[in-house]
Design a binder for this molecule. Structure first.
Ligand code: ATP
Length: 270
C-alpha cells in the first residue's frame, strides 16, 4: 500500500534554476525549509523555532511541487510525496494509517521533505453533510496534526503542503505549530513567463525569429505547466514538418492548441 500511495525520490532532479518567475517564493521556501535543515544552530542561537509546516497555495501548475523537490535536492533530503486525494480514497482507518506510515518512512530516511499535495482533500472546512466519510477524513487530518506535534521543529524532517483551494481550508491547520508559514505561488507575470519559456526551450534548437518577450506577451494567464506544454507542442510541430529547428510559426500553432485554462483542472491536450 505504501508504494502505491507514496512517491519516494532519494534525489529529485529539480534545481532552483529550473523554476522561473517566482524568485521571491524560492527565497521564502529556502528560508523556511532549507535553512532549518542546514543551519539548525542559527535557530538555536536566536532561540526561535523554525516554521513547523509550510503551505504553498495558488493555481495549478505554477511550480509548487517543483519548489518542494528543489529544496529536497538542495538539502540532500529524501523527497516523499503523498496526495491528499490518495489519503481519502482508502478504506476506513487506512488514511490515518498511511499518515503514520508516511512519518515513519520519513524518520527512517531523514533528512526528509514530506510533501502533501492537495491538502484540501483532508483539511477542508466541514460541510453540512455528516457522512461517515467525513468522519474518516477528519480522523486522517487529526492524525496528521498529531504527527506534526510529535516531531521536533528543529529536527531533520520538514513538511510542505500544497493546495489550489486555499479558500476551502479548515483554518485549524494554519495555527502556530501547524502550517504556520503560508507562501502564495501565483501565476507568472510577463517577465516570469519569459523566463519560463527560456527554461523550457533550453534544450531546444530555437530559430532566430522566436522572441521570448513576445511569447510572454501572448500568454497572459498561462501557468508554468501550460508554458511547458506550449514549448513541447511547438517542438512537435517542427518534427511533423520534418525540421529540427523550432520556428515562430511552430509556437504560434502551439499557442492555438494550448489555451490558458482559467481556474479548473489543467487538462493537457492530446
Ligand atoms: P498542482 O497544483 O497542479 O499540483 P504545481 O504548482 O505543483 O501544480 P508543478 O507540478 O510544480 O506545479 O509544475 C508542473 C510542471 O509545469 C513542471 O514540471 C514544469 O515543467 C512546469 N512549471 C510549472 N511552474 C513552473 C515554473 N515556475 N517554472 C518552470 N516550470 C514550471
Amino acid at each position: 500500500a505504501r508504494a502505491q500511495a507514496m512517491e519516494v525520490d532519494e534525489s529529485p532532479a529539480v534545481e532552483y534554476a529550473d523554476i522561473g518567475g517566482i524568485d521571491e517564493q524560492v527565497r521564502e521556501v529556502r528560508e523556511a525549509v532549507e535553512e532549518p535543515l542546514i543551519n539548525p544552530e542559527k535557530f538555536d542561537t536566536v532561540g526561535i523555532d523554525p516554521p513547523s509546516g509550510v503551505l504553498l497555495y495558488g493555481p495549478p501548475g505554477t511550480g509548487k511541487t517543483m519548489l518542494a523537490k528543489a529544496v529536497a535536492n538542495e538539502t540532500d533530503a529524501t523527497f516523499i510525496k503523498m496526495a491528499g486525494s490518495e489519503l481519502v480514497r482508502k478504506f476506513i482507518g487506512e488514511g490515518s494509517r498511511l499518515v503514520r506510515d508516511l512519518f515513519e518512512l520519513a524518520s527512517e530516511r531523514e533528512p526528509a521533505i514530506i510533501f502533501i499535495d492537495e491538502i484540501d482533500a483532508i483539511a477542508a472546512t466541514r460541510t453540512e453533510s455528516k457522512t461517515s466519510g467525513d468522519a474518516e477524513v477528519q480522523r486522517t487530518m487529526m492524525q496528521l496534526l498529531s504527527e506534526m506535534d510529535g516531531f521536533e521543529a528543529r529536527g531533520n524532517i520538514r513538511i510542505i503542503a500544497a493546495t489550489n483551494r486555499f479558500d476551502m481550508l479548515d483554518r485549524a491547520i494554519l495555527r502556530p505549530g501547524r502550517f504556520d508559514r503560508l507562501i502564495e505561488v501565483p501565476e507568472p507575470d510577463a517577465e516570469g513567463r519569459e523566463r519560463i519559456f527560456e527554461i523550457h526551450t533550453e534544450q531546444m534548437n530555437v530559430a532566430d525569429d522566436v522572441t521570448f518577450a513576445d511569447l510572454a506577451e501572448e500568454t497572459a494567464g498561462y501557468s508554468g505547466a501550460e508554458i511547458a506544454s506550449v514549448a513541447t507542442e511547438a517542438g512537435m510541430f517542427a518534427i511533423r514538418d520534418g525540421r529540427t529547428e523550432v520556428r515562430k510559426t511552430d509556437f504560434v500553432e502551439a499557442l492555438e492548441k494550448i489555451e490558458a485554462d482559467d481556474g479548473g483542472e489543467f487538462v493537457p491536450s492530446a
